[in-house]
Design a binder for this molecule. Structure first.
Ligand code: FES
Length: 439
């Protein structure tokens, strides 16, 4: 029942029923109530700059085509031929004047209108003149709502859902730390990187939403220590201990960061990127744009999730969608953004450093994936699935809100944002109407 689903998460106490990560029936409900009603990240405008440019991707398990129109707008439609269900377009990306199904040759224009059916007259309309029961206008693929936020392309199947800006709630100032540093905006500096991790999508989304704890304690220590110059006295290396976390007032979005301590970013991205991010004219310009909203120059190694599956790391600048593939698997589709007017040397450094760190073969990506896979493997066990998991960090402790930052903030080592994410997940899973769900 909806009540039972809602009770899988107790956000007040901070308890999570592990079946939310492993149960096939819950996953089917997720597809319908979470993924078919949320704004999902599909890519960057830079992936499709010209009319006819397209990428094929997914909205959860649903294949879609994202295509630039002649008027500069973007359309997103189901990549499913209305004839017998074949994919309309099979390549990953390209430029097209139309899309022709490879099964029987139905052709669609880039707006998703069915424009040609082989032997249409003979096979579908061989009736009296003017009495054909088949109308191509009835057989276009399902269209999604599309909107962008500062270069990122989102789509939503649900006509009743709030518009994108309302959906993003009070999280936008924190997105801007990466997306709005310059009036030139951001550009993509690589194609789409794709990999599969055998774990539930929520482990990944939650970590980027709420979990600085793993970075400041254990998971990435080997990567950090191995990145330090050889003359550093390891006994003097201190774990970062200052910073904050933000929980959106609605929508399950969250972010966290360290304050002023650039050692972690230095270890991940090296001195060139840290200098670009923190010193010089580009950093000053960024601060003058962002400083009205928040002290972005103090924020280090930020992580962020826009519910449910859009995650990114400002400063490192990897952006990804966690496409669910059943309760036990996720496809990670990631790309890198950088200030569009950054020097070429800096763009190249972002590309190189991401390959070494947050990429399929990257050290930090491996650290994260290893944790999620091990947790998922454990959940095969009957007893392991019956023990509630603890998300209590920061619940019931004195308020550590930092008034320098907008919205509801807490200490960096907290699970407040995770509780917000699961609270919103449980509401979406158990409240079928936007009448009760909308902000
Ligand atoms: Fe596409 Fe038949 S399935 S033309």
């Amino acid at each position: 029942s909806n009540e039972e689903i809602k009770n899988l998460v107790d956000q007040e106490i901070g308890l999570i029923d592990p079946r939310i990560y492993s149960d096939q029936d819950l996953y089917e409900i997720e597809l319908e109530r979470v993924f078919a009603r949320s704004w999902l990240l599909l890519g960057h405008e830079g992936h499709i700059p010209k009319a006819g440019d397209y990428i094929t991707t997914y909205m959860a398990e649903d294949p879609v085509i994202v295509v630039r129109q002649k008027d500069g707008s973007i359309k997103v439609f189901l990549n499913q031929c209305r004839h017998r269900g074949m994919r309309i377009e099979r390549s990953d990306f390209g430029n097209a004047k139309s899309f022709t199904c490879t099964y029987h040759g139905w052709a669609y224009d880039t707006a998703g209108n069915l424009v040609n059916v082989p032997f249409e007259k003979e096979a579908f309309c061989d009736k009296k003149e003017g009495d054909c029961g088949f109308d191509k206008a009835d057989w276009g693929p399902l269209q999604a709502r599309v909107d962008t936020y500062k270069g990122l392309i989102f789509a939503n199947w649900d006509e009743e859902a709030p518009d994108l800006l309302t959906y993003l709630s009070d999280a936008t100032p924190y997105m801007d730390v990466m997306l709005d540093r310059t009036e030139a905006g951001t550009e993509v500096i690589s194609g789409m990187q794709k990999t599969v991790i055998p774990c539930n999508w929520k482990f990944a989304a939650e970590q980027f939403c709420s979990d600085m704890y793993h970075a400041g304690t254990m998971s990435h220590l080997a990567g950090v220590l191995s990145s330090l110059p050889p003359d550093v006295d390891l006994s003097q290396v201190k774990l970062p201990s200052t910073g904050n976390q933000f929980r959106a007032k609605w929508g399950g979005h969250g972010t966290g960061w360290f304050n002023d301590d650039f050692a972690l970013l230095q270890a991940i991205m090296g001195p060139k990127v840290v200098d670009y991010w923190t010193k010089g004219p580009a950093a000053e310009r960024a601060q003058s744009r962002l400083g009205q909203k928040l002290p972005a120059d103090r924020m280090v190694a930020q992580h962020m999730t826009i519910f449910p599956t859009c995650s990114f790391l400002p400063g490192i600048n990897t952006v990804r969608t966690w496409h669910p593939r059943g309760p036990h698997e996720v496809e990670v589709w990631s790309f890198i953004v950088v200030d569009a007017d950054a020097p070429e040397e800096i763009k190249e450094e972002y590309r190189r450093k991401n390959i070494f760190t947050f990429n399929q073969g990257g050290t930090y990506e491996q650290d994260d994936g290893e944790n999620w896979v091990e947790v998922q493997r454990g959940l095969r066990g009957h007893k392991a699935r019956s023990q509630p998991l603890c998300a209590q960090m920061g619940a019931g402790v004195p308020n550590k809100n930092n008034p320098e930052f907008p919205g509801k903030t807490s200490y960096v080592y907290s699970e407040e944002a995770a509780r917000g994410m699961y609270h919103h997940w449980a509401r979406m899973m158990s409240e079928p109407s936007w009448e009760t769900l909308r902000p």
